[in-house]
Design a protein around this ligand. Structure first.
Ligand SMILES: [Zn+2]
Length: 320
């Protein structure tokens, strides 16, 4: 009888993992663009401090970024872009940022955790080939397209067919759009301020060729609120995601769309980010065994960034 009970218990082992990985590497703090630049090491320092003080640090699975992403970087960026970025003294840290997303995917795909947040720098969603200067001037503070490369990594290493990328950064994820514009295997959804840098992201850009319909831009008005962004998610993301049925969801988690950011004018609150996180988790639960990897993009009011990240992570960890 005891044996029977044991076997029954084993059969009932839940298919969905629990827990949240926090992927990080101390070298992310060694990347400095210039003195006083908003995309600074203080951003990650503020996140780490908040997670420690709020007690969440202990509840997350702390994972150090590891591995080599170059084979996958080459799937997104061409030789010319690589040559320019490789002339940059901090190129190794840019690779490490890419690898952060891949490490998060490894954690989720191995079943060690239900989802992962990757606290990486530099960000990636503006890194488009042809837009960097010969001096490796960061385009929108970005060097390699972290989230796009992570999507390719998931497809190639884990044979996942369909990846949904959700970008709630204040700025349009032009690099992600560029990487997958003709590709129906990646559904890209972005909310942003059309009037802000880089000026792309109009709603009529819907993809091309086989990728037509798989690029969804949902520009929001200046001063956009929780209601504005939640409505865009409900009306434009949810129906498309239901049809697409992703095998994995990635978030380009930019928190410069939060209220009081230095570079943005949206008014998204931490409760707004909690609601967005729940909505995305619901999609992941329904379609892809809750597999969700969130990768940091912008967020330049360091206190605000820390609070929004904490709210996002708490939801990822505790929401059923
Ligand atoms: Zn941004």
């Amino acid at each position: 009888m005891g044996l029977y009970t044991t076997n029954l218990a084993a059969d009932k082992k839940p298919e969905i993992a629990t827990g949240t990985a926090f992927v990080y590497h101390p070298d992310y703090q060694k990347h400095v663009l210039e003195e006083g630049h908003p995309e600074s090491p203080a951003r990650l320092q503020a996140i780490l401090k908040r997670l420690k003080e709020g007690g969440l640090e202990k509840e997350l699975l702390q994972v150090k970024t590891s591995g080599k992403p170059m084979d996958y970087i080459k799937k997104v960026h061409g030789k010319e872009h690589l040559a320019i970025i490789q002339s940059y003294p901090n190129e190794a840290i840019c690779q490490l940022a890419v690898q952060g997303g891949c490490t998060g995917i490894d954690q989720v795909m191995s079943g060690k955790v239900r989802n992962a947040f990757c606290a990486v720098r530099p960000p990636g969603h503006h890194a488009v080939d042809g837009l960097h200067t010969k001096q490796a001037q960061a385009f929108g503070f970005c060097f390699y397209s972290n989230v796009a490369i992570a999507a390719r990594y998931a497809q190639l290493k884990y044979k996942l067919k369909k990846i949904l990328i959700i970008d709630w950064d204040y700025h349009h994820g032009n690099s992600t759009e560029w990487a997958f514009y003709t590709d129906p295997s990646v559904l890209f959804f972005s909310t942003h301020d059309l009037r802000a840098f880089p000026g792309t992201g109009s709603a009529d850009k819907k993809g091309a060729g086989a990728g037509l319909g798989f690029n969804i831009n949902a520009p929001l008005p200046p001063g956009a609120t929780d209601k504005d962004i939640l409505t865009a998610f409900e009306k434009k993301l949810l129906p498309a995601a239901e049809k697409f049925k992703p095998d994995l969801i990635l978030i380009s988690a930019g928190f410069d769309s939060r209220k009081d950011d230095l570079l943005g004018n949206f008014k998204i609150t931490d409760d707004g980010f909690i609601a967005l996180t729940k909505m995305v988790m619901e999609l992941a639960k329904k379609h892809c065994k809750s597999r969700l990897v969130s990768i940091l993009e912008g967020g330049y009011n360091v206190q605000g960034l820390a609070l929004a990240t904490e709210a996002h992570l708490k939801t990822m960890l505790k929401e059923k």
